[in-house]
Design a protein around this ligand. Structure first.
Ligand code: PEP
Length: 250
């Protein structure tokens, strides 16, 4: 059975004191987490080791927000998948729309990053999603399929089978506007069909997360859809109470 997952993407937020404050507040509530939900926090990479140490006993995973296409070497400012793994990460977000847009990440680079992640035993949370102009033209399904095909075409079946997918419509990220559960379900179902083209029945085992202004007041409805297996949460993951309320919405 595929997993229910709630992952928090802190982006470039929370300094060291704020991160440890979050962790201490958050673990206080661990006994009330539903058993059948995997919880992941993706902080700025400098906090990974500390959070991994605190969260380990509570079975809360931590992940990076990006990794290099290279395994090591003279790439100033970059962080390899192996280094993320060495400080306690088990996951890495790849292909977030902010990385695609501000850092011009291409499909070829993303496929390389996925390979780096998997070689280093990190589970990639691979993001896709359309901008508002594409949604307005009603071409979002074709757009997202193309984003997946461009990357999946570079990967083996075994590699695709290890991914977590996050569908994040760009128009819903950080805007307060959420895709309706029906809009999200429509495209999650299409994503599963694309997965099925590559890996057959194993597509049923892949968790597909929704991301885009998920909040305590809309998570339950989203999670009730058949192909929505959890959430990638930005803003609301910075507040332990809100993040917890989303986790408890399963
Ligand atoms: C995100 O950036 O991954 C995200 C979904 O952000 P928010 O929840 O703030 O829309």
């Amino acid at each position: 059975m595929r997993k229910n997952i709630v992952a928090g993407n802190w982006k470039m937020n929370l300094d060291a004191d704020e991160a440890s404050q979050f962790a201490l507040n958050f673990i206080k509530h661990k006994s009330s987490f539903p058993e059948d939900v995997d919880v992941i926090v993706c902080p700025p990479a400098v906090h990974l080791q500390d959070l991994a140490d605190v969260f380990y006993d509570f079975n809360i995973g931590v992940g990076g927000q990006n990794c290099s296409v290279h395994s090591s070497g003279a790439y100033t400012g970059e962080i390899s998948a192996g280094i993320l793994k060495s400080v306690g990460a088990s996951y890495v977000i790849l292909g977030h729309s902010e990385r695609r847009e501000y850092f011009n990440e291409s499909a070829t680079q993303l496929a390389e990053k996925i390979k780096q992640a998997l070689e280093n035993k990190l589970i990639p949370i691979f993001c896709c999603g359309e901008p508002l102009s594409v949604r307005k033209e009603n071409s979002h399904v074709a757009y997202v399929k193309q984003q997946l095909d461009e990357v999946f075409g570079e990967l083996s079946q075994a590699q695709i089978s290890q991914l977590i997918i996050a569908y994040e419509p760009i128009w819903a990220i950080g805007t307060g506007e959420t895709a309706s559960p029906q809009q999200a379900q429509e495209i999650h179902h299409e994503i599963r069909k694309v997965l099925n083209n590559y890996i057959g029945e194993n597509a049923d085992e892949i968790s597909i997360l929704y991301g885009g202004s998920v909040k305590p007041n809309n998570a339950k409805e989203l999670f009730s859809e058949a192909d929505i297996d959890g959430a990638l949460v930005g803003g609301a993951s910075l507040n332990p109470e809100d993040f917890l309320a989303i986790i408890k919405s399963f």
